[in-house]
Ligand binder design. Structure first.
Ligand code: PRT
Ligand code: ZN
Length: 295
């Protein structure tokens, strides 16, 4: 295959992964204008092209080196690579969006004690390889019925006794009188990279993009917190901010008892942190999003 000079990224054309994948690339500073009719967009400001495709095609495009990197759900990636050599693709980074579970579900009125309860049943799924792996891990003999969509209606139509499908809120299961009984895997979007060697130019573009992705993800996980606090509480407050760098402490004009504190927090659970800060005497607490973070 003829090498292309620009780094080529595969993302989903439309669907649950598309918005967040585009958003990530735009936050990384790529100037791309996706056009409705074109599969390929050129970034105006970086040597990077974006190919818009069905998510199921992304692993193969990256494995074959048609695209250098891609963004895809771990569920699709693993379904397609579980039987391939571990060397077929590099998973570079979990991206934190499109989180879901691949789960086994059964009609509400059926009894499930443990995986043994699935013995001899017929299970409908679009993930036959992952389901087979789950059944083998649990030493269960069951029939796998491979269907490509609307898996959740299979038990109602008496086509199957159980299903193995993606679940996020659980609403689809509920609407179909199904209950989640076991989890096959958890999934989120990941950045994947081809095993084909990249040219020096492409490697530079990849390193640049990866650095930016890391800084965007870090910023999304962090908040800038500003508050006033009694001088006497500062030491106690520092212990409440374990995920933070040393806070900036500044005097407050005309107030000798209190100081202003600014800190970057990446603790994740901001509400609990804020409640603890308030208990320790902090006031005028402001929490601001951080757009970019470079260390
Ligand atoms: O057209 P293309 O092939 O590109 O898209 P697609 O229709 O195959 O996939 P799409 O856009 O539906 O999903 C893309 C990816 O999003 C999946 O591969 C997962 O990695 C991720 N994702 C996250 C989900 C869900 N959450 C999800 N809830 N994919 C599908 N679902 C479906 C699920 O199959 C079920 O029908 O949503 C329903 C359950 O949702 P809840 O909220 O009712 O539990
Ligand atoms: Zn798909």
């Amino acid at each position: 295959m003829k090498a292309v000079p620009r780094l080529r990224v595969a993302i989903q054309k439309s669907g649950r992964l598309n918005n967040d994948s585009m958003d990530l690339l735009l936050r990384c500073g790529l100037k791309i204008r996706p056009s409705k009719n074109s599969l390929l967009s050129h970034a105006e400001n970086l040597p990077i092209d974006v190919l818009f495709v069905r998510d199921d095609d992304i692993p193969t495009l990256v494995i074959d080196g048609v695209c250098d990197i891609g963004i895809v759900g771990e569920n699709v990636l693993l379904e397609q690579t579980i039987n391939k050599s571990k060397n077929s693709i590099d998973t570079i980074k979990k991206l934190g969006f499109s989180r879901c579970k691949l789960s086994i579900a059964m009609p509400d009125d059926k009894v499930f004690v443990n995986a043994d309860s699935l013995k001899g049943l017929r299970i409908a799924t679009s993930y036959p390889n992952l389901l087979l792996d789950y059944l083998q891990r649990n030493h269960i003999n069951a029939e796998i019925m491979n269907i490509s969509g609307s898996v959740e209606i299979a038990p109602r139509l008496d086509m199957a006794d159980a299903i193995c499908d993606l679940v996020s809120t659980g609403r689809t299961l509920e609407e179909n009188n199904l209950k989640e009984v076991d989890q096959v895997m958890q999934s989120q979007a990941v950045l994947i990279k081809t095993k084909h060697a990249l040219t020096i130019d492409k490697t530079a573009a990849f390193d640049l993009l990866l650095g930016r992705i890391e800084s965007v993800l870090k910023a999304l996980d962090s908040k800038y917190i500003m508050f006033h606090a009694p001088k006497t509480s500062i030491e106690a407050i520092k212990t409440m901010l374990p995920g933070c760098e040393t806070p900036t402490v500044m005097p407050l004009e005309g107030n000798n008892d209190k100081v202003a504190v600014h800190v970057v927090s990446n603790e994740g659970n901001f509400w609990i942190t804020l409640e603890k800060l308030k208990e320790a005497g902090a006031s005028s607490i402001l929490v601001l999003p951080i757009e970019k973070m470079l260390n």
